[in-house]
Design a protein around this ligand. Structure first.
Ligand code: HEC
Length: 117
């Protein structure tokens, strides 16, 4: 009987240890954030929002704002997410209008930006 008791205490400790290490592993796996959005949907949003009235990708679009041809190589997901939702937070003098899309659509737009490199 005494033996059984010891075994179950050991068992609980083992389960806790395994659970803990699983939680730690899960956290490290999630570290480099994969783009959550769909870049094809993001491209459609880019067109619908008329971003090309001010921006150029390759040879298409205007030159009022900076060229976005390689924006995915210089900016990361977190920066783009924050900047697109509120460009003036980055610099109050910014002329870029805040994008009108939110949630999943914003994720798609960011995924499209990240694919430009
Ligand atoms: C009225 C013109 C205008 C429109 C429309 C516009 N932008 Fe901009 N954008 C700018 C300007 C100007 C900047 C440069 C910084 C500033 O002055 O805000 C900029 C900066 C940016 C940047 C940062 C580039 C960098 O690496 O510094 C991104 C990304 C961007 N715009 C994406 C978009 C997207 C996506 C859309 C459409 C949803 C859009 N812009 C619509 C004018 C515009």
């Amino acid at each position: 009987m005494q033996m059984m008791k010891k075994m179950s205490v050991f068992g609980v400790a083992l389960v806790m240890t395994l659970g803990l290490s699983a939680a730690v592993t899960a956290r490290t796996d999630a570290a480099p954030q994969a783009p959550a959005g769909d870049k094809a949907k993001g491209e459609a949003i880019y067109k619908a929002q008329k971003c090309s009235m001010c921006h150029r990708i390759g040879t298409a679009g205007a030159k009022m704002g900076p060229e976005l041809t390689k924006v995915g190589a210089t900016r990361d997901q977190a920066w783009l997410h924050k900047y697109l939702s509120d460009p003036k937070a980055e610099n109050p003098k910014n002329k870029m209008p805040a994008v009108k899309v939110k949630g999943a659509d914003l994720d798609h737009l960011v995924a499209y930006m990240l694919s430009l490199k």
